[in-house]
Design a protein around this ligand. Structure first.
Ligand code: NAI
Ligand code: UGA
Length: 598
């Protein structure tokens, strides 16, 4: 953790600050409150209105310009409650700070330092000493605390004496650890002026900013994590694909994604990309694996070989790095592989981003799940939080197998939901009913909701199809009906869609876009490909319009780049999602996009 992240205010803290301030000063302006609580004037207004509605305060108008805020008895009780709540969250913050310091001290020990001097006899020194004294595995001796304030010399923090910088040479030691955020630069400068060896200067706050992280695999997951983390850490992105590496080094995103493109090109990131293993594996603190885990239909299981090979390489190099697996793996994988590599700390942390919103979903994460509660797991969670823009993101530390299950059950639930609304649509289409009316009526139940319910040719994309199959494989020997149904439903849906298209008796079918969603440039496992295959199997000619393709044919079907020619040639135009440009040939279009969105 770098900067003062663990002092970020929470909403409870803000509410407490405002009530506390008002209880001490009745005659204040909204501007005063805004500056004390660091919130906008609009927010101040909202808080005051809510307090009044809840009966925590009454407004007394002195004249038409000035007013006083009087806290009621109910407001005093609320303040008491918030005080306790704030203390609880402060305790968590304190535990967090301790965990981060512990990781840091372990790092110092791994570099061979044993006897240190602290610089700065303040709160940071206090908490560092507390961690050293209370954690038996931290084998560091603090020989003294340097401080530039002579009034402090001679007194102690715990049993450690405060000394002046002139006493540097008197105390035998290996390094000086700067224990101040505000005066870091001044202290560093002082040490250098005293001819102190800069290789022996350790810094707690500087350390977080320069933490070295390596990311293996620069796809959707790897690149968005690389960008997120390189805002505050030194990140090396490693890939076997040289052209991707070159693009990243030229500040160009190899992936179409609004936020990723904007951040890579315009933000100041500490990000470099490399195809060289020696550069990538130069002793980083964390190595994040984000390589593919495709579903192997022969084995009926994920092919985890790219993850296996990366872990093998890390082990061979005898690195001390903590390995974080972000790739989706079968349930139980991390526990198994950890047994094989007892010298490595391997942690699974599921990734929940959507393609097309890869960085956005990391800047505003729904949750952070880490399959471990070790010190490094906590430090990693803090890194993700540090890079994000959302406040109060839920963070869950779970067992490693539970974290893997969370990932596969989440995606399988999403697939279930898509499959459900697709089957609803199949029913409505065959019975001649209005799908839109039915879905809208169903969704108005708040337990169901009007989201993630737009019919399609089937759930597609890289992950939903493969993750559902992997979870089904993990169910081997465990009773179930739904898991099989979720996988089968997608096949049945595509059969139905293909039949509906064939019932129009086309001579030539035009496939309009292979991509799975409007905002994605990716067509891995998009459902329309399944439709295309079924139509071709009946001997019908298919042509494809897909600007993302550079080839002239796709699975032996002609790729037509000229839109006008494409719409003239095809007698049925099949499109998973409706696009504005199809408006003029609406009668030829077959789609089940009811709501005009993903
Ligand atoms: N795409 C998505 O929306 C999400 C994907 N995931 C999971 O994350 C993993 C990665 O997925 P994506 O980022 O979509 O994949 P991707 O295919 O976009 O990127 C993978 C990258 O890894 C590189 N690579 C392959 N083998 C390598 C090796 N041995 N060493 C170094 N680099 C290697 C490839 O060149 C490629 O650039 C998969 O397990 C996937 O299931 C998880 C959540 C979301
Ligand atoms: O593990 C993953 O890879 C990711 O898989 C999905 O993300 P993604 O595949 O990018 O796309 P979604 O937007 O969820 O769509 C999945 C499929 O369902 C279809 N879909 C989606 C929504 C909808 O209402 N109807 C519908 O048919 C889409 O067209 C697409 O084919 C999940 O939404 C992410 O949370 C998850 O991290």
């Amino acid at each position: 953790m770098s900067r003062l992240d663990f002092f970020k205010t929470t909403p409870i803290h803000k509410e407490y600050i405002i009530l506390d301030y008002l209880s001490k000063n009745a005659k204040v302006t909204q501007r005063d409150i805004s500056s004390v609580a660091s919130i906008s004037l609009a927010m101040v207004n909202q808080y005051l209105d809510t307090y009044e509605k809840e009966g925590y305060l009454s407004k007394v108008y002195l004249n038409n310009k000035n007013m006083e805020y009087h806290i009621t008895e109910k407001g005093i009780q609320r303040k008491k409650y918030l005080n306790i709540k704030y203390l609880e969250s402060a305790r968590d913050v304190y535990q967090d700070a301790k965990a981060n310091i512990k990781v840091f001290l372990n790092d110092i020990m791994s570099k061979g330092f044993r006897k240190i001097l602290l610089y700065g006899a303040g709160d940071v020194a206090d908490i560092i000493l507390l961690v050293i004294n209370s954690e038996p595995e931290i084998n560091l001796e603090v020989c003294g605390i340097i401080d530039d304030n002579p009034a402090k010399h001679g007194s102690k923090i715990f049993s450690t004496k405060i000394i002046g910088i002139n006493d540097l040479k008197v105390h035998e030691h290996d390094a000086v650890l700067i224990a101040s955020y505000a005066y870091y630069e001044k202290m560093y400068d002082n040490l250098i002026k005293n001819n102190y060896d800069k290789n022996k200067i350790l810094k707690y706050f500087g350390w977080g900013e320069l933490m070295k992280i390596t990311i293996v695999g620069t796809g959707y997951v790897g690149l968005s994590n690389a960008v997120l983390l390189s805002q505050f850490n030194e990140v090396t992105a490693f890939d076997i694909n040289e052209s991707k590496i070159n693009l990243i080094n030229q500040k160009i995103s190899p992936i179409v994604d609004k936020e990723l493109e904007e951040y890579i090109t315009h933000k100041e990131l500490k990000l470099k990309a490399s195809i060289y293993e020696d550069v990538a594996f130069d002793n980083p603190k964390f190595i994040i694996i984000a390589t593919p885990t495709n579903y192997d239909s022969q084995l009926n299981y994920f092919d985890t070989s790219s993850v296996d090979q990366t872990i093998e390489k890390i082990n061979k190099r005898e690195l001390k790095s903590t390995v974080i697996i972000k790739s989706t793996v079968p349930v139980g994988y991390t526990e198994e592989i950890s047994k094989k590599y007892p010298n490595l700390e391997i942690i699974f942390s599921p990734e929940f981003l959507r393609e097309g919103k890869a960085l956005y979903d990391n800047l505003y994460p729904s949750r952070i799940i880490i399959g471990s509660n070790s010190e490094n797991a906590k430090a990693f969670a803090n890194l993700l939080l540090q890079g994000s823009l959302k406040e109060n993101t839920p963070v869950l530390f779970t067992g490693s197998t539970e974290a893997e299950a969370i990932k596969l059950f989440s995606n399988t639930y999403l697939a279930l939901r898509v499959a459900f609304f697709n089957e609803l649509d199949t029913y409505a289409e065959i019975r001649g009913l209005n799908t839109k009316e039915i879905i809208e009526g169903v969704g108005l139940d708040p337990r169901i909701g009007s989201h993630y319910n737009n019919p399609s040719f089937g759930y597609g994309g890289y992950c939903l199809p493969k993750d559902t199959k992997q979870l089904l494989a993990n169910y081997q020997d465990i009773p179930q009906n739904i898991m099989t149904a979720i996988v089968d439903a997608n096949r049945t849906r595509k059969d139905h869609i293909a039949e509906m298209i064939l019932s129009r008796k086309p001579n030539k079918v035009g496939i309009y876009r292979l991509v799975m969603k409007n905002d994605s440039d990716n067509f891995r496992s998009s459902s329309i490909q399944g439709i295309m295959k079924r139509i071709k199997a009946k001997g019908i000619e298919v042509i494809v319009f897909e600007p993302v393709l550079t080839e002239d044919t796709f699975y032996n079907s002609k790729v037509e780049r000229d839109f006008e020619k494409f719409i003239a040639e095809a007698d049925v135009i099949v499109s998973n999602r409706f696009y504005k440009e199809l408006e003029k040939v609406k009668d030829k279009v077959y789609t089940r996009d009811i709501f005009n969105r993903d």
